[in-house]
Design a binder for this molecule. Structure first.
Ligand code: TRP
Ligand code: ZN
Length: 879
């Protein structure tokens, strides 16, 4: 196991490699615990590099069996080798030569799930970011592009299926029941995009004709018997391919596109060229086993990985500091795809909620980093909400600033210029500058400066002069010491709301183009002329920049916007700010959980929206969803008492449930499904509104009778899982609850990804007692410490989705998490390190819990042999 070595990698130290690997011929002889890999690398010395420059290749836990240069065995003193490095000093004079390397691997023992490993008997690989070096010694960095030819040999019985990137160019039978296949990928690629899959899987086939008329074979590989559950994923793939042609002019480039679903996977999915590997929970779905949220995730992730073919694969990253070049851009593309497939406003609301729930706390805590970090000690710890989600918001802002046409022209230029290259953020920005003629140098600070900018706003209306003045100041409190904090270019979409959006006949003090104010200076006084009456400004429509606004409008103005903003997103934004403020205020009113949390006007707006059929169902469902306990905690920001917040949340649910009881009953009965299940967005919206109504009815009644009935009657997992969660969270010990839990386990015990819901629902039951059930559930036969999905469903959900259960006043929750991390770190550092990020906001807790949280982490830090992954998160979190 790799342990901490203390090396820090710096952006400014980037230097191209001395050698290139132009061709990579791999040959795998697959055996469960004794696989042999032969690599023949076609090396070229870069021009100007002296012949005595050593060739130093990366490795990780490798065992070298043989080494040849131009076919000749090397003298012992011609190289040095260790499990993590092969350095060859004695090289031919000529600029090109071959290096042949034989390594021996034990895929069955690989529980890190990086490199070549086995998942339920299937051989598979995961190479991003630095997993290829666990297969063979290599220049394992994204700027070394190579053309791969891969021969795979295996026992036909164990692995009838042999897959790698590109096109199959040969296959055949060998002696002793073995067979082989040879794959060739004509597109040069970095090693992190290499993939191999071998095993015995079922397949779903389809095809797609591209815009230039080429036929592409589509194949999705899943466990035998699960083929029908891949139908939705296949449909999502075809829609993604079509959409990328229409929206961005991007056509697929190989003759075959394959997706393989595996059950042991560290993250969501991986974009390997022509052979995407997926966590099976993001492929498999039918109404009996998957929720509407699962369907939406599958659609988004299938699209995301497919879109990487252009944004990531055809144009890749020069180094891992540029990770947002592919991830931020690809997230932006999958967001746009989902917006077009579903409802744009509803999709945007979901994105903003997610951004605020995950990225804002990251940016406000000890793990804050720029969208493009400048240093790292473990790159796996930088696959973060900041790189992905804020990275996407930065791309969205470029579009807002340039407008859709110039944005598209800039992206086209980027594709044109850099196809086949490993690029940087500077080159990305330059393409937009050149296509638009705009200077984006100030804008580029979004990639450099960590932290969430705060806009401090005030306004003034001069009736006599018909002038409305908006004062906007930007402040960035950099949580990272020494980080720059120059004023940024912040595009603020807005409207001045009266009876509708008002017009003005002159504006000064800032660049205002259309409905966007460009904040570029520390302070702007923006004067709008010809304003006949005092407007209420609706700022940050569509969440046009990832910033906070302070102070938010007063309650009266928010209520006005919630009712009257012509912009639908603006209505939701105002309403949710109004509710959050009132819940936050109630959390400070100690020892009072009898009183009302929301004022009458707010309840009124909510019940009115609930019953207004002119709104989409999903929009109404979002409006009626109270900010979560974590959201309120984030708004409060310091000295957090999770129990007080929980009481307020419960009280608000009860209050609103009672206030709207008749409407909720009507929705609940009126929205009963009257046809077969369909996962489309409109049907999903109806289910979500009906299920919210059910929640309020249960909270108002203080019992779970209706939920138990829904649980029993439901014909789909969306309704079932929602009803079960209501029962477990409201009445964990009721007979109906225990019966439902037992029935669920009985029905799904053989389906791990469905059982994850069962684990998650129990792990998120509020209250201190939940720790006992979480501990007991680790002994459940369905739980497995070495499967990342199980660990996330139980321990991840407990530590991030259960504020009262996890933040027990006695600190036992923190102890449990840190012990679990210590255990998991022994075999899967990536998953262990990610679990630890649940502690990132520990400094915001009230003093008692804060000290206990620190203590639990300090105990973990005392362990010897912690991985570099966990050590890095721990060091940064504790300081
Ligand atoms: N590049 C992948 C994506 O965003 C995610 C990824 C990075 C990954 N590292 C990984 C997946 C390790 C699995 C394991 O689509
Ligand atoms: Zn990605």
């Amino acid at each position: 196991m790799r342990t901490e070595t203390g090396t820090v990698i710096r952006l400014e130290d980037y230097r191209p490699s001395d050698y290139l690997i132009e061709t990579t011929d791999l040959s795998f002889s697959l055996q469960p615990d004794a696989t042999v890999v032969r690599a023949k690398l076609g090396i070229r010395r870069r021009e100007g590099v002296p012949a005595d420059a050593p060739l130093t290749l990366d490795g990780d836990e490798l065992v070298l069996k043989d080494l040849r240069i131009n076919g000749e065995t090397l003298a012992e003193n011609g190289f040095t080798v260790s499990p993590d490095r092969l350095s060859i000093g004695e090289l031919p004079e000529s600029d090109t030569f071959t290096v042949e390397i034989e390594t021996a691997l034990d895929p069955s023992a690989n529980k890190q799930l990086m490199g070549l490993y086995r998942s339920s008997g299937t051989y598979c690989t995961q190479c991003e970011a630095e997993g290829f070096r666990r297969i063979t010694y290599f220049l394992d960095r994204p700027d070394v592009l190579s053309v791969y030819t891969v021969r795979i040999e295996a026992r036909t019985e164990d692995a009838p299926l042999l897959l790698s990137n590109g096109n199959r160019i040969e296959d055949g039978v060998l002696d002793n029941g073995w067979h082989y296949a040879v794959w060739h990928d004509p597109f040069p690629k970095p090693s992190y995009l290499f993939a191999l899959v071998a095993g015995n899987l079922g397949v779903v086939r389809d095809s797609f004709t591209t815009m230039s008329g080429r036929d592409v074979a589509l194949e999705i590989y899943v466990e035998h018997g699960k083929e029908p559950r891949a139908a939705f994923a296949m449909d999502a793939l075809k829609r993604s391919m079509k959409w990328d042609e229409e929206a961005f002019g991007r056509e697929y480039d190989l003759d075959v596109f394959m997706i393989v679903a595996v059950s042991d996977f560290n993250m969501g999915a991986m974009e390997n060229k022509g052979l995407n590997v997926f966590n099976d929970k993001y492929v498999l779905a039918d109404e009996r086993t998957a929720t509407d949220a699962d369907y939406a995730n599958i659609e988004a992730i299938i699209a995301h990985e497919y879109f990487h073919n252009w944004t990531g694969n055809r144009i890749t990253c020069r180094d891992w500091f540029q990770l947002c070049l592919k991830e931020g851009l690809t997230v932006f593309r999958d967001h746009e795809f989902s917006a077009d497939m579903r409802s744009r406003t509803v999709k945007r609301i979901a994105e903003v909620k997610l951004l605020k729930a995950h990225q804002f706390p990251e940016d406000a805590g000890p793990l804050a980093h720029p969208v493009r970090p400048r240093r790292y000690s473990e790159i796996n710890n930088f696959y973060t909400a900041t790189v992905y989600e804020k990275g996407s918001e930065v791309v969205r802002m470029i579009r807002t600033i340039l407008g859709p046409e110039k944005f598209r022209a800039g992206l086209d230029l980027y594709f044109d210029r850099h196809d086949g290259e490993a690029a940087t953020i500077e080159q990305f920005i330059k393409a937009f500058e050149d296509a638009s003629g705009k200077d984006l140098s100030q804008f580029a600070l979004w990639y450099e400066q960590p932290g969430t900018p705060n806009l401090i706003v005030s306004n003034n209306y001069d009736a006599a002069a018909k002038q409305f003045t908006l004062t906007v100041e930007q402040r960035l409190k950099p949580p990272v010491e020494g980080a720059p904090h120059a004023p940024m270019h912040i595009p603020v979409k807005f409207g001045l709301v009266g009876a509708g959006d008002m017009e003005w006949n002159g504006v000064s003090g800032a660049d205002v183009t259309g409905d966007v104010i460009h904040i570029t200076k520390p302070k702007h006084e923006i004067v709008f002329e010809g304003i006949a009456e005092r407007p209420v400004p609706s700022l940050l429509r569509g969440f046009s920049a990832p910033v906070t606004i302070y102070p938010e409008p007063d309650d009266g103005e928010l209520a006005f916007l919630a009712r009257n903003d012509p912009d639908e997103y603006g209505r939701w934004q105002a309403l949710s700010a109004l509710i959050a403020r009132q819940m936050k205020q109630a959390a400070f009113r100690t020892d009072d959980d009898s009183g009302d949390v929301l004022d009458l006007a707010t309840c009124d707006i909510l019940t009115q929206i609930a019953s207004d059929d002119s709104y989409e169902h999903a929009f109404r469902a979002f409006c009626l969803t109270l900010p979560g306990e974590n959201d309120i905690a984030r708004e409060i920001g310091s000295d957090i008492d999770p129990d007080a917040i929980h009481r307020v949340h419960a009280a608000a649910s009860r209050q609103l449930g009672k206030a709207g009881e008749r409407i909720f009953a009507r929705l609940f009965h009126g929205l009963e499904a009257n046809g077969p299940y369909s996962p489309d967005a409109v049907s999903a919206g109806k289910r979500s509104l009906r299920n919210i109504a059910l929640s309020y009815l249960c909270h108002a009644a203080g019992d779970i009778e209706l939920a138990a009935k829904v649980y029993g009657d439901a014909d789909n997992m969306t309704d079932r899982a929602h009803a079960l969660a209501l029962m477990v969270h409201l009445k964990p010990k009721a007979d109906e609850t225990l019966d439902a839990l037992a029935a669920f386990q009985q029905e799904f015990r053989a389906e791990p990804i469905v059982m994850d819901k069962w684990f998650m629902i129990q792990a998120t039951a509020p209250g201190a007692k939940t720790l006992d059930s979480v501990k007991a559930l680790t002994g459940n036969p369905g739980f497995a410490w070495d499967n990342p999905n199980r660990v996330r469903a139980l321990i991840g959900a407990y530590s991030t989705g259960n504020p009262t259960g996890f933040n027990r006043a006695d600190g036992e929750g923190y102890q449990f998490l840190c012990q679990a991390i210590g255990r998991i770190d022994g075999y899967n550092p990536q998953v262990a390190a990610r679990l630890l990020t649940a502690m990132r906001s520990w400094k915001n807790l009230e003093a008692g819990r804060r000290e206990l949280a620190r203590g639990a982490m300090a105990t973990l830090a005392e362990r010897q042999n912690l991985s570099r992954d966990v050590r890095d998160i721990l060091d940064r979190t504790l300081t």
